[in-house]
Design a protein around this ligand. Structure first.
Ligand code: IPD
Ligand code: CA
Ligand code: CA
Length: 261
């Protein structure tokens, strides 16, 4: 399989579906609640249906892990991991920061990632063996040597509050020992921004595979590090992710371990 060509086709598809999302206006009655603070609209569902239909043509034997459950097909080797609209709460409230996130897994390894941030028309992508790119230009993570000089993104807990105290203690610690913290409202955009050096690091818990698959892959192709809160590799299904430039990984991990015992 030629992953570079495949990535070009996925890029075109992400932009097409992004144009669809951008063209849609929603009203209060369009907003459904899946579970506490987990919202969805017909736009998320339609975007996912379009992605699944087109990606099925690109690799007919591939399966899907897709947020809105459009397909329950499991691929023996290849599986697409899709968030058709990451940042739904932003989208609903008219806050212009949301994206499409498409990752591809071959057996247990990620081999392709595409994130399209719709409002700024920014396409982030990489495939196995490639560099990482933003709108055709090579990108890389920062080389900031310390947390003190780092700008750090995170996602605030809005369910699974049982770890809220640990989260807040880490947050306070980083607030005093970094250049600042940001919460954009789209984990995939946070990851893309680490990949291109806007953020030095990003961490969050309670994320799903579709939030992180594409971004975790792109960050690594951009020279960054990705791990879970124990410093291990279970960030795709393990619901905990830390990602950053290689220089600050141990410092950040030590702080996470200190507060998340
Ligand atoms: C959410 C966003 C958000 C993160 C949440 C995700 P959604 O995804 O990525 O930044 O904090 O945990 O669920 O629901 O907008 O696709
Ligand atoms: Ca998401
Ligand atoms: Ca979503």
């Amino acid at each position: 399989m030629n992953l570079e060509n495949l990535c070009k086709q996925v890029n075109i598809l992400a932009k097409e579906v992004g144009a669809y999302i951008k063209s849609q206006k929603i009203v209060v009655a369009d907003v459904e609640t899946k579970s506490k603070n987990s919202l969805v609209t017909f736009v998320d569902k339609t975007a996912e249906a379009k992605l699944v239909a087109q990606l099925s043509e690109l690799i007919p034997e591939a399966g899907f892990i897709a947020e809105e459950g459009t397909s329950d097909k499991i691929g023996e080797v290849y599986n697409w991991i899709i968030d058709p609209l990451d940042g739904t709460t932003n989208f609903i409230h008219g806050v212009p920061c949301y994206c499409i996130s498409i990752g591809l897994k071959r057996n247990n390894e990620l081999v392709l990632g595409v994130i399209y941030e719709i409002n700024l028309d920014e396409l982030f992508y990489a495939w196995e063996g490639s560099k990482a790119y933003l709108n055709g230009k090579e990108i890389s993570v920062t080389s900031t040597p310390t947390l003190e000089d780092s700008l750090i993104a995170t996602g605030f807990p809005y369910y699974e509050y049982e770890k809220q105290d640990e989260y807040m203690n880490l947050f306070k610690d980083l607030m005093r020992n970094s250049r600042g913290l940001r919460r954009l409202g789209s984990a995939a955009v946070d990851l893309a921004y680490v990949a291109c050096g806007r953020f030095d690091a990003f961490y969050e818990y309670s994320l799903h595979p579709w939030d992180v698959a594409a971004g975790a892959f792109i960050v690594q192709q951009a020279g960054g590090k990705v791990c879970d809160f124990k410093g291990e590799n279970d960030y795709l299904f393990g619901k905990e992710i830390i990602t950053c430039n290689p220089h600050i990984q141990q410092e950040l991990l030590a702080k996470v371990k200190l507060h998340f015992k």
